[in-house]
Design a protein around this ligand. Structure first.
Ligand code: FMN
Ligand code: SF4
Length: 518
């Protein structure tokens, strides 16, 4: 059997030099006259170890990382094709602590399989969910998804089954499944990782959604900053079509479902579901007033399911192993697993899929290893640019939608950005207002005007002009934005601003007047 070498080809690993490593390995193989198969897999998500190269040996896979091109010669000299020891040797990937501690349901295949091989997908449980779904009625599929407790992973945490039921129960000559792959939140990359590392799971999830609701066409709206994900998804759709997974007769059934990949143009607000629908229709991405809900009147005015990538990619495992299996993980009303993305100033950055319920402290300190700079953690922002900044005092908060809401925070798309004690929270508060001013779609006044006034008012605090009065003004403005905005861009910007003011009051005090030494 010829040796098999796995070198991640996803954008995260590529950014860390995987392409140069792949070239060096191919060159070394040629020079030594060794025949081997190189598989460009996705990343397993332990980005601090990327580029992580794996070889398939008689005793299973052995990992090495982070590999540099300069390591390649010595890797071959050390017999890495048979798992030989080397300074980059990591052993069995599943035993690497960062990976071993995870509960991989949605990301079970990511980094393991060849992303574009349907055979490899099937060998690892792929299409079991779709096959099971085809044996059920649409109403029973919806009931399973509802029973699993799956909630939208895009940010709002809305129960997926209820959304699907609304579309199933709404009459329409045409219905759509829209996958939200805009992934605009800071520090998030779960959608990208799954699209690049296991694209068929998303295709399978969308197909199940189509069968369950009566939709025959799907669109994946991918942000323009993800060219690799777009390329992989396009290829995977073609493979799925050729294999009869997509098309006029899904896996030989009476159901039809097909899909297309569409590329956004780079606006954060186009991740908001109604602005996304406008953008998909070829219009400028503006938020629509609700009602009507997209489930009643969505894309091109037709009943539409709009779900995040991870919500849809979690459906196949639910339909494969059953609602009870999935529901068994998690806590409270947050069921199943969540891919937590640990980023920013952190030692062990990466994707960590776990059942809901870990504390923030466990995630940052035990899994993330604290800051990369070695300085104390000052704040973590959870849930993207609209998420609250939590201080260490709130590290006992459990990763659960309700527990975060109780502390005036949100989980959002489960991105965490870590800051050390050099962070200036006044600057972060200003950044939140500025971000809102830049990204506002302009439809409603509290957001369009409020964010600009917010930046100006914070600038006055920075300049030491009537700081107390201006701080009260910012608080008042935040209340207006929170309760008066049409969507969560304006409505949630107060979270990072107010959490900075509440938890880090010292950063909002005027700088001490420095008296020059005489
Ligand atoms: C300003 C703004 C940006 C958003 N960006 C995203 C995004 O990038 N990806 C996403 O899935 N949801 C995003 N959402 C949430 C979507 O509006 C919507 O709730 C989600 O696509 C529904 O899918 P889910 O139920 O599977 O989470 C955003 C919301 C707002 C207000
Ligand atoms: S809150 Fe902002 S982004 Fe949302 S509708 Fe209003 S102006 Fe547009």
């Amino acid at each position: 059997m010829i040796p098999r070498i796995y070198i991640p080809g996803d954008s995260g690993a590529l950014a860390l030099g995987a392409e140069k490593v792949a070239k060096a390995i191919a060159g070394e193989l040629a020079e030594r006259g060794i025949e081997a198969k190189i598989v460009r897999n996705g990343s397993r998500g332990a980005y601090f170890l990327e580029p992580m190269v794996e070889v398939a040996t008689a005793n299973g896979r052995v990992a090495y990382g982070p590999v540099k091109p300069s390591d390649v010669k010595s890797l071959f000299d050390g017999g890495f094709l048979t798992g030989g020891h080397h300074k980059r040797w990591l052993g069995t990937p599943d035993k690497i602590p960062f990976l071993a501690k995870q509960t991989r349901l949605t990301f079970a295949r990511c980094g393991v399989t060849d992303p574009l091989s349907l055979e490899s997908y099937k060998k690892h449980g792929g299409l079991n969910g779709l096959t099971n779904a085809l044996a059920l009625t649409p109403a029973d599929i919806v009931a399973q998804v509802t029973e699993s407790g799956l909630r939208g992973r895009g940010g709002a945490g809305f129960p997926t089954g209820i959304k699907w039921k609304t579309v199933l129960d709404t009459a329409g000559d045409r219905k759509y499944i829209v996958c939200n792959a805009d992934e605009g939140d800071s520090g998030t990359f779960a959608d990208r990782m799954i699209m690049e590392g296991d694209p068929f799971v998303l295709i399978e999830g969308m197909t199940i959604a189509g069968i369950a609701t009566g939709a025959t066409k799907g669109f994946v709206y991918v942000r323009s900053e993800y060219p690799h994900a777009v390329a992989v998804m396009n290829k995977a759709v073609e493979v799925a079509r050729k294999a009869g997974v997509l098309g006029a007769s899904v896996l030989g059934s009476p159901y039809a479902f097909d899909m297309e990949i569409r590329v956004g143009a780079g606006a954060y607000v186009c991740g908001e579901e109604t602005a996304l629908l406008d953008s998909l229709e070829g219009k400028r991405g503006m938020v629509r007033a609700k009602p009507p809900l997209p489930a009643h009147k969505g894309l091109f005015g037709k009943p539409t399911v709009i779900n995040n990538v991870i919500s849809l990619a979690s459906v196949p495992i639910i339909m494969d192993k059953g609602a009870a299996f999935y529901k068994d993980f998690g806590m409270g009303r947050s069921r199943g697993t969540i891919p937590i993305q640990i980023a920013g100033n952190v030692k062990y950055a990466g994707l960590f899929e776990a059942a809901f319920g870990m504390t923030l402290g466990e995630i940052i300190d035990d899994i993330g290893g604290g800051t990369a700079t070695g300085r104390p953690v000052k704040a973590v922002q959870v849930g993207g640019p609209l998420g609250a900044y939590f201080p260490r005092a709130l590290f006992d908060t459990r990763f659960d939608y309700e527990a975060f809401a109780a502390k005036d925070g949100l989980i959002g798309h489960a991105g965490i950005v870590v800051f050390d004690d050099t962070a200036d929270m006044l600057k972060q508060a200003r950044f939140a207002m500025e971000f809102c001013a830049i990204e506002s779609c302009g439809k409603c006044t509290p957001c369009r005007i409020g964010s600009t006034r917010g930046v100006e008012t914070i600038d006055r605090i920075v300049a030491g002009i009537e700081p107390e009065k201006n701080l009260a003004l910012v608080t008042d403005l935040c209340n207006t934005m929170k309760f008066g905005s049409l969507c969560a861009l304006g409505g949630f910007t107060p979270y990072p601003v107010m959490s900075s003011i509440t938890h880090f009051p010292d950063d909002f005090k005027p700088a001490p007047v420095r008296v020059a030494a005489e």
